[in-house]
Design a protein around this ligand. Sequence first.
Ligand code: DGT
Ligand code: CA
Ligand code: CA
Length: 586
Amino acid sequence: MPLHNADIASIFLEIADLLEIQGQNPFRIRAYRNAARSVGEFGKSVAEMIEQNEDLKAIPGIGDDLESKMREIAASGKCDLLEQLHHQMPAAITELLQVQGLGPKRVRAIHDALHVQTIDALYRAAKEGRIRVLPGFGEKTEAHIVETIEAHLHKSRRFKLALAEQYAQPLMAYLSATPGADEVVAAGSFRRRAATVGDLDILVAAHDAAAAAAVMRRFVRYDEVAEVLSRGETRASVTLRNGMQVDLRVIAPASFGAALVYFTGSKAHNIAMRRIAQARGLKINEYGVFRKDTRIAGETEESVYDAIGLPWIPPPLRENRGELQAAGAHRLPALIERGDLRGDLHAHTSASDGHDSVLDMALAARERGLSYLAITDHSRRLAVAHGLDAKRLAKQIEEIDRVNRTLDGITLLKGIEVDILEDGSLDLPDAILMRLDVVVVAVHSHFDLPRAKQTERVLRALEHPCCSILAHPTGRLIEEREPCDIDLVRVIRKARECGCHLELNAHPERLDLADTYCQMAKAEGVLVSIDSDAHGRLDFDNLRYGIDEARRGWLEKRDVLNTRTLDELRPLIRRPRMATASNLRG
Ligand code: DGT
Ligand code: CA
Ligand code: CA
């Protein structure tokens, strides 16, 4: 993408706004504003001037400092100063600056008077009438802020799968209780088990018009409904009180399979299917598969896929990432299931930031059908989590030995979730790491290092002979924190070279490694460890979200480290590592 002068100007303008909000030197602020204007209006492209070795100081208002900023922006598309300013300020400020007509002065006034740190807090302040009373504000400005934020939320609001499930389950149970409702299924991204869900798409099979009408009546009367957006004879849309939209469709049994395929999507999968149907002279839509005007399939999903010559495809695969080709070649993966997991290699206790004792965690894991559990508390660097130093870890090692002697049916493994420091070294001495069964390494700080640095940091940690597993490889928190900028292809290849494994953290806010990277790890021959990262006894239930994400990533039982028996597992995680990559897979 060519860099335009306007791009540089807008970066300088934003810097000026943010400096002004911070109350910085007015001359410096004016210098950025002036520079923004003169670069924006200058007759020649800065990118070209740099290419032709021309002096950028020929542009009015540009001195040494601004010149070097322009070179930085031209080279990287980014400006370090702006990134720093973003970092120093609540995200709400940056967003607020985009509210039309609300300049830096008023943004700063809101921030200083109300101490709002998030968009949500700002929204509440506006809704509660706390902005109109500030000097220089009025009802009109306040209403404007509400509108802008609502538009923003509307655009980007998605629900984590686990949360969507909390709303979908009771609603489906409620609908199922309607007489004449034969089947109730939540289709769409929910059925594909995507990490986030935009809205719910519920399908109900009803065998006659009376039953359909009963379902509709019941749906719009549901307790949680805040607003009915539309209502017809066979379809309706509502929003629930939490803001989630639900689309409902009532379908005749003869078309139910076709509707399921259609509304499960994804759209890309549907389009690819339609192409296959067309090549066979067939038409496919939400009512069925047709040859001329005759319906040849539609009652079940199997019948629809079969009509175009394919076996049924599991919903998590329906993303048009090769599943139709694989189905055509009878090479669909036998997707992993929760019952395939024999153990969990990442869990915390009350020694760091967990809630339960070593023994209670062991009992809970055993109850969930696991036969081994690694205790991996945080290391000393993570002071907020009361991380363990070598001395406390040594005591925990003794405790685990003690518990293991008294416990049947489950084996505890001695482990740690050790911090990867900024330089890629590990947060505990080798001497204590060598005494452990499993060493999980993880980034918990400096998420914003530049890509090259972040990648080198993690590669170095993988090279440590004590490292067994890289936890939550990108650090993403779904809808809250972007994945860090890291070259996962290199990380995956390094893991293979070193005989390490990558975690798919099953916490519903993480699901990290994400699906497409699971697929990549599999292709590169790196085993994925699906772990709960449990901080309490109940958290082992989260493993099923990890399984969902793994299935979306095409993983089979053999692709996952902790489907191994304990005897098979031990050589794969042995510290210090001696095994080579080639004897890791079996
Ligand atoms: P979401 O709600 O954003 O998490 O994602 P989905 O996949 O649930 O999408 P949604 O709710 O817009 O639509 C549900 C399904 O309906 C979608 O997965 C495929 C199908 N669908 C929607 N629009 C189209 C379309 O224009 N063409 C085709 N072929 N299918 C569509
Ligand atoms: Ca949807
Ligand atoms: Ca929808």
